[in-house]
Design a protein around this ligand. Structure first.
Ligand SMILES: Nc1ncnc2c1ncn2[C@@H]1O[C@H](COP(=O)(O)OP(=O)(O)OP(=O)(O)O)[C@@H](O)[C@H]1O
Ligand SMILES: [Mg+2]
Length: 191
């Protein structure tokens, strides 16, 4: 009996991996004279999702924006994708038993701005956690006890990006967006 269940579980995970292979893709929009666009579809259940999101961010942005913007964007993407993995519960109408949760990462690079959107199937908005005030002396003495070890991701994204916000998606789900300002501008070639 255990053998049968084990084999079934293995088949299910094989199915999941072939599903991931089929859906994880790049889409590059064709008009580089206006801006550079990229969407990437990932699945929360895939163990390499966070790494793929970070690697894609650096491949897309390296050389196109200043390095510090690229590193900030990479960290923001990592946190936002991590949030989908850890918190997103697909809306009832979009949930299917045993199905993988979809994450769509969108990059829109214009001469003066970089927009990054991370979309999921959960209509619940992201929350900025309520802060507690601790006096600086207390933090020095009991830092492990008083410093939060969750609730930092969105705060980090807000610190690094010029703006962070979310929009509901038609048909359910939401997108969390970040905007990075490119102070010196970015020039686009024609290729
Ligand atoms: N994509 C999301 N879908 C649903 N809820 C979210 C999503 N992103 C964030 N949240 C909610 O917002 C809260 C704050 O997110 P944040 O990233 O700041 O902290 P965290 O994920 O709880 O902890 P940390 O990022 O420090 O590990 C989360 O605890 C969660 O309740
Ligand atoms: Mg988080």
């Amino acid at each position: 009996m255990i053998g049968v269940m084990g084999a079934r579980r293995e088949r299910r995970s094989e199915d999941l991996f072939s599903e991931l292979d089929a859906y994880a893709h790049w889409f590059v929009a064709p008009d580089p004279s206006v801006g550079h666009f990229l969407t990437l579809t990932l699945f929360a259940e895939c163990s390499s999702t966070g790494r793929i999101a970070r690697d894609t961010t650096s491949v897309f942005l390296r050389g196109a924006v200043p390095d510090d913007v690229m590193y900030d964007a990479q960290l923001a993407v990592s946190e936002l994708v991590g949030n989908v993995v850890n918190h997103a519960v697909p809306d009832r109408c979009r949930a299917h038993a045993g199905g993988a949760r979809r994450i769509d990462v969108t990059f829109k690079l214009y001469p003066k701005w970089l927009f990054i959107g991370v979309a999921d199937e959960d209509s619940t908005p992201p929350l900025l956690p309520m802060g507690d005030f601790y006096s600086p002396e207390l933090v020095t003495e009991f830092s492990e006890a008083v410093l939060a070890d969750t609730g930092r991701g969105l705060m980090l994204a807000q610190r690094m990006a010029a703006a962070v916000w979310w929009t509901p998606k038609h048909g359910g789900g939401k997108t969390v967006w970040c905007r990075f300002d490119l102070d010196d501008g970015v020039e686009f070639g024609l290729s």
